[in-house]
Ligand binder design. Structure first.
Ligand SMILES: Nc1ncnc2c1ncn2[C@@H]1O[C@H](COP(=O)(O)OP(=O)(O)OP(=O)(O)O)[C@@H](O)[C@H]1O
Ligand SMILES: [Mg+2]
Length: 367
């Protein structure tokens, strides 16, 4: 699979851009703030129907604009597929495949998988448990639509249960039967989500360990553990926490509280790992993501590498480039603020490399 071309309108700092990509390596070079990351984000948006960097769609509209769109043509199994994501301020997002709108944008996720490595973005390691849940949910969702739809429904039920708790608190009255109905749904949907996460981590963990060992010069052992209320008697936990939930007016038991522990020699990397170890772990997670999606779907995801040459040391860059040279990846998109560096890194690799200069939201292919 690869992305043949991309057309952007009023997305972030791009007024308009129209690009033809190389099937292999595409490098975007330009000064800080020129729009390199935004371009990767537009590609990410085309695949995931969301920005990787800005949680709200409102921030994707070019300043003072009320419409934006990203449009691209993929070649997938010898067929051209056209994807359009567009939005008008205050309206529902529109996502179309071959001119046919989806009923729900989420149905598009996983059709054209993508992996983004942005070493600057260490939230998944150092951030909250929500950051880690989001990270894993994004991987599983790209390979399992049923999981994604169950998760969406779970979050919906959770919202309803929470607003019910608020109503009960305001009225100082509790309808236990009604609350029980929500509890049952939290348990039923939560169990489905839990089972998939548990099974997923079992398969994902060895991939992370292998990549970490390859990327780090030391021999510390890393691990990945999953912890959920569903490991225990969740029915009883929900019962026991009812009183607390009514006081807090939110649900304290469920898969929305799951935690993923990243460990190194049995200690939390987030607390005890050095910066280099955290970085290696992050890259190992992303490379494992690539492997997992490829195994599940039989296609190589697009690989977006944001600022890796700036943020990784020579050793890790060499390792990454060994993988590029070995054809481990498919189509690649790289950003760098220093053109001569990217040039020299890709010089020795037997791949077609296309360079683009990015300047104030304008793109120019360099010959
Ligand atoms: N919604 C928006 N509308 C217009 N401009 C925006 C919008 N969002 C971000 N920008 C601008 O886009 C620019 C940042 O672009 P981007 O992050 O892609 O830069 P970059 O080339 O990756 O820079 P760096 O080398 O520092 O990583 C900034 O100048 C920012 O002000
Ligand atoms: Mg950038």
């Amino acid at each position: 699979m690869h992305l043949e071309n991309l057309r952007i309108n009023h997305f972030k700092n791009y007024k308009q851009a129209d690009v033809q990509f190389s099937e292999q390596v595409n490098c975007f070079v330009g000064k800080n703030g020129s729009g390199k990351t935004n371009l990767l984000d537009a590609i990410y948006y085309l695949s995931i129907t969301k920005s990787a960097f800005t949680p709200q769609d409102n921030q994707c509209f070019q300043h003072d604009q009320s419409v934006f769109s990203v449009k691209g043509e993929f070649l997938l199994e010898d067929k051209k597929r056209q994807v359009l994501c567009g939005m008008q301020l205050g309206k529902k997002k529109l996502v179309k495949l071959d001119d046919k709108p989806y009923r729900k944008a989420s149905e598009h996720i996983g059709k054209f998988p993508v992996v983004l490595i942005a070493p600057n973005d260490t939230d998944v390691i150092r951030g909250s448990s929500e950051d880690r849940r989001k990270f894993f949910d994004a991987i599983i969702s790209q390979t399992d639509q049923t999981y994604l739809q169950n998760l969406i429904t779970y979050n919906h039920v959770l919202k309803q249960r929470n607003s019910l708790l608020k109503q009960f608190a305001e009225k100082e009255y509790v309808d236990k039967d009604l609350l029980q109905q929500y509890d049952d749904q939290v348990i039923e949907l939560g169990t489905k989500v839990y089972k998939v996460r548990k099974q997923f981590i079992k398969r994902f963990q060895p991939l992370v360990s292998t990549h970490y060992a390859n990327l780090s010069e030391k021999s510390e052992k890393v691990n990945l553990e999953y912890e959920s209320h569903f490991d225990l008697d969740v029915k009883q936990l929900i019962q026991e926490s009812r009183q607390k939930d009514l006081i807090l007016k939110r649900t304290s038991i469920g898969v929305h509280k799951d935690e993923f522990h990243f460990l190194m020699d049995k200690r939390l990397i987030r607390k005890f790992g050095s910066q280099g170890q955290q970085k290696s772990y992050l890259i190992a997670l992303k490379l494992a993501q690539f492997d997992f999606i490829e195994k599940e779907k039989g296609i190589k995801p697009l690989l977006l590498l944001d600022d890796v040459f700036d943020k990784l040391d020579d050793f890790r860059i060499t390792k990454l480039m060994e993988m590029v040279a070995s054809d481990a990846f498919g189509q690649i998109f790289v950003t760098d603020a220093r053109p001569e560096r990217t040039l020299s890194i890709f010089e020795d690799i037997d791949h077609e490399v296309k360079f683009f200069e990015v300047k104030d939201g304008n793109l120019k292919a360099l010959e």
